[in-house]
Design a protein around this ligand. Structure first.
Ligand code: FRU
Length: 489
């Protein structure tokens, strides 16, 4: 006798049926989209049994956020993804309100442990609560622990919230023990990143609060990550409801705290703080360590502020960013697209030229492009340089450099939106060693701009019709420019 299908069986059957109707042509070339329905944060990013696994916040049944599942895809090169069946559905008492964000870690016995936030639904006179849960499996099927939730209110120090306690990022230390960093909303210190430790991944102890917003860097801190990079320790969080300050824009954003963690004292000392991405649509990034030692980050290429009313043009909604290699340079967290991207270069077109009047360059057009523009202003009177992409008679995305001020404006206000939302970002973009380098990745409906060798990044979805595919360059006085364009395939 066949047993009744579980909620997860039903999602997987739905996915199989949908997968037959969906064509890859309708998707970006190399940015991951959900198999069907809605996607937000990256979850469980890891390299396991010879391939990268990426899970994601997922609502298969509509293109809006809903009861959270974990979608799943695998890849050999971080650019070509194969869908796997849905990994988690909200189907136990510990997570009936949703399987929120979390991470994955390989266990000593070779199994994969997913650690995620289980949301327990609100009851009468009771708000929804959040606690951390575990599911263990083989990289395809996962069994939820009967001990769930394994980290709950009783584990928390005073002043911490059981209502805003989420997004565990787990790894194994050099001593073989598990560590977890999770976000919390402390009643005085507000957004806070809590560190826990465990010998087996099931029995956890609170260790310390790594850092907190103290009202300066937003309210709740979502999706923390904590990793070693270039001799420093980096705490990455996504603050909510932040006031604009320093280089940060108002609202939800991303932040890296670079510092040093003293293992014996359990104390993390801040050295510097910076946004991770300056763009209009980038949030909740997560990192993993590649087998070759690279620290790779991927983020949700969207924004809570604008996603709900964004156009739904496909049977899916939501995209991940390009995976990026992280490194420190001059004390700053920098990023570049993963080098695997060179594997999808179709061609290399180089122009060493002088730009003044608005110009198009032979072979430099399209919406699938990895293009580097090097401005060399030495000896030039040029103050303003403008790059227009995704352009036709009615549309363009503007990248305007003020070389004198060392500032760049990214502007999608003529990108085809009919909504009165943020369309521009102002970012520092200084000439260094005689050059300003702009690297632009375009994948149909997105632009990711890496400024100054990845010192600052501006990520943005663009609603521009795909037929708008011209690229033009212009300057207010002649300037030497080197363009290296790689159309992508
Ligand atoms: C961040 C977030 C997480 C939460 C998830 C729910 O974008 O709000 O804090 O776990 O999304 O989908």
């Amino acid at each position: 006798m066949s047993k009744n299908p579980t909620p997860l069986d039903r999602v997987r059957a739905f996915e199989r049926e949908q997968a037959m109707k969906l064509s890859a042509d309708e998707r970006p070339l190399f940015h991951l989209t959900p198999l069907v329905g809605w996607m937000n944060d990256p979850n469980g990013f890891c390299h396991y049994r010879g391939q990268y696994h990426l899970f994601y916040q997922y609502h298969p049944f509509s293109r809006q956020w809903g009861p959270m599942h974990w979608g799943h895809a695998v890849s050999a090169d971080l650019l070509h993804w194969t869908y796997m069946p849905c990994a988690l559905a909200p189907d136990t008492a510990a997570d009936a309100g949703g399987c929120f964000s979390g991470s994955a870690v390989e266990m000593p016995d070779g199994r994969l442990m997913l650690v995620y936030t289980g949301v327990q639904p609100a009851g009468t006179f009771r708000r929804e609560t959040q606690a951390q849960c575990v599911a263990i499996g083989d990289g395809r099927d996962f069994e939820k622990s009967l001990l769930n939730p394994v980290v709950r209110h009783a584990h928390l120090p005073e002043g911490c919230s059981e209502f805003d306690f989420r997004d565990p990022k787990v790894w194994r230390g050099a001593d073989g023990r598990y560590r977890m960093v999770a976000g919390n909303l402390h009643e005085e210190r507000l957004g806070s990143a809590l560190l826990f430790e465990s010998g087996d991944g099931l029995d956890w102890q609170f260790v310390t609060e790594l850092d907190a917003s103290r009202g300066a860097y937003g309210r709740m801190w979502e999706c923390p990550d904590f990793f070693e990079l270039g001799g420093r320790d980096v705490l990455m969080v996504s603050p909510q409801e932040m006031y604009a300050r320093e280089e940060f824009h108002a609202g939800e954003g991303t932040m890296a705290v670079i510092g040093r963690y003293d293992e014996a004292e359990h104390s993390f000392v801040r050295e510097s703080v910076q946004p991770v991405d300056h763009g209009l649509t980038f949030y909740a990034p997560q990192t993993t360590l590649a087998p070759d030692g690279r620290r790779i980050m991927i983020g949700w290429m969207d924004s809570w502020e604008t996603c709900k009313d964004a156009p739904r043009r496909h049977p899916w909604y939501g995209q991940m960013s390009t995976p990026r290699e992280l490194f420190l340079r001059g004390g700053r967290l920098c990023q570049q697209p993963v080098r695997e991207i060179e594997g999808i270069w179709r061609d290399t077109i180089v122009h060493d030229t002088v730009i003044c009047e608005e110009t198009t360059l032979p072979g430099v057009a399209g919406r699938l492009m990895d293009m580097t523009v090097k401005l060399r202003p030495a000896g030039s009177a040029c103050r303003r340089f403008t790059l227009h992409v995704a352009r036709d008679a009615n549309h363009h995305i503007g990248i305007r450099c003020d070389l004198a001020r060392g500032e760049l404006v990214f502007d999608r206000s003529h990108g085809g939106s009919h909504r009165d939302i943020a369309h521009t970002r102002h970012v520092a973009a200084e000439v260094q060693n005689g050059e300003l380098t702009l690297r632009l990745l375009m994948d149909k409906e997105s632009v990711e701009l890496f400024i100054g060798g990845g010192e600052r990044v501006v990520t943005s979805l663009i609603p521009t019709p795909l037929t708008a595919d011209q690229i033009t360059l212009a300057a207010d006085a002649p300037i030497s420019v080197r363009v290296e364009a790689h159309p992508l395939q």
